[in-house]
Design a protein around this ligand. Structure first.
Ligand code: GDG
Length: 422
């Protein structure tokens, strides 16, 4: 998008206390925003990932509210707005991404009043009953209402925001897709994010990936059913409950135990945040318990990989798995679910998907589960493992049609087209 639009990218270089001058990369002008080590700690790990992330995911883990992390959140947002104002002129479009930068739209509008400003939230916008706890709720709403278009993954998030804007900030709701803020229309969009579907499809079909997928199955002892979980190690992803459901499956079906292998890939994430350290301990304990209880010398039902896989390897796992278990307790969208579907070029395999993932609004042909209901997930797993091929194909074809029709390019075009008419 940026290459086509002659655009600029404004972002943190990813290294603290590093302030390089602007540069060009891959035909795109890069405007760096420096962050100190202290800010990475207080702004990023503190306010973004210790307050906003849990709050926006239904407060699954208790959010922390600290004035000393809110202040750097404001300061860093201002720095982003200032850096953006350097590259955005009147009539230009600025597109602000995600919960780390919710104050930028309002700040940028004050600096460049004639710019068109869009905001996209990658995570859920919570129900007002949860959002209202935030001591700085008004500032956040006013920040977002500085945009011309505020876009969400789901209609539910858009409705939650509209209600919060009306009841907590006094915005006037005009319809399902618009609020008035100080007489200025703010358009609300729901635009589910997606993937480069063709890329996954092609990669999955490549001889190297297919061969690696066969190897993975044989390394697992050629079981009838390979079940896969693939997530950042995050408490929103429901990895612990999912493992318990697999444990229940083994318990309920003593004779079939050897027909299953469960692979859980947990990608290291936010290891500085205490809740993530505790989660890792909890998950590893459950894995140990299941393997201790049901495993035998030379055979363990759960293969647990705590690491980041190379891209091709990731796709090989999608190709190797008969059943994909995606059971977040709350998720903005969940791209893993879409990637699995895009990689199933033979139209087989079963997706088990949480009703609390944004993706469930679109991927209706999946087996939809309540991830908190461990017994129901175990039963669904058993059903998925035994699903007749015909039903697998019927469902997978529908799923594949959906991810083909609405891919990431479609998403980007939708978002940009909505901004262009403002
Ligand atoms: C946030 C929202 C929303 C995973 N393991 C490996 C690996 N991955 C890649 C997957 C996928 C991505 O990471 C994870 O995306 P998700 O959407 O599943 O989840 P979040 O990271 O929580 O993303 C989410 C998303 O933003 C986009 O708006 O959908 O709701 O929470 O692409 O493939 N990639 C590689 N190795 C791995 O081991 N290479």
């Amino acid at each position: 998008m940026l290459q086509n639009a002659d655009g600029a990218w404004v972002g943190w270089p990813g290294i603290s206390d590093f302030d390089p001058p602007p540069f060009e990369y891959d035909g795109i002008y890069q405007q760096p925003v420096p962050l100190s080590e202290e800010e990475v700690d207080s702004f990023y790990f503190g306010f973004c990932n210790g307050t906003l992330w849990p709050l926006y995911h239904d407060a699954i883990v208790a959010p922390e509210y600290h004035r000393h992390t809110w202040r750097p959140y404001v300061a860093v947002n201002r720095r982003y707005a200032e850096a953006t104002a350097k590259v955005v002129g009147p009539g230009d479009i600025a597109w602000v991404q995600d919960y780390q930068l919710q104050l930028v739209p309002e700040m940028l509008r004050a600096m460049v009043p004639d710019a068109t400003i869009g905001f996209y939230l990658h995570i859920p916008f919570p129900p007002i009953e949860v959002f209202a706890r935030l001591p700085w709720r008004r500032q956040i709403l006013e920040g977002l209402l500085g945009a011309d278009v505020v876009a969400f993954q789901t209609r539910q998030s858009s409705a939650n925001f509209s209600r919060a804007a009306r009841l907590l900030a006094g915005a006037q709701v005009v319809g399902r897709r618009e609020v008035l803020w100080h007489g200025r229309p703010v358009h609300l969009q729901s635009a589910p994010i997606a993937i480069d579907t063709a890329e996954f499809d092609q990669m999955a079909q490549s001889p190297a990936v297919r061969q690696r997928a066969a190897e993975i199955r044989s390394e697992l002892g050629d079981p009838e059913t390979v079940i896969l979980g693939m997530d950042r190690l995050d408490y929103t992803k429901g990895i612990d409950l999912r493992l318990k459901a697999f444990g229940a499956l083994l318990e309920n079906a003593p004779r079939d135990r050897h027909t299953y292998a469960f692979v859980q890939v947990a990608v290291p994430s936010r290891e500085q945040v205490p809740a993530y350290q505790q989660l890792r301990v909890d998950i590893e304990q459950i894995v140990g318990r299941i393997n201790g209880e049901f495993g035998e010398p030379g055979w363990a039902p759960v293969s647990y990989l705590y690491r980041t896989l190379p891209f091709e390897e990731l796709i090989a796992y999608y190709v190797a798995a008969n059943v994909m278990l995606v059971t977040p307790l709350r998720d903005g969208m969940n791209l893993v679910a879409k990637e699995y579907v895009a990689s199933r070029f033979e139209d087989d395999g079963v997706l088990v998907l949480s009703e609390f993932a944004g993706a469930a609004e679109q991927l209706r042909a999946a087996l939809i589960v309540n991830p908190y209901d461990v017994d129901a997930v175990a039963e669904t797993l058993a059903y998925a493992a035994g699903m007749p091929e015909q039903e697998q194909r019927r469902r997978m074809r529908r799923l594949r049609n959906t991810v083909r029709k609405s891919d990431v390019f479609q998403w980007a075009n939708d978002c940009l087209a909505t901004l262009e008419v403002r």
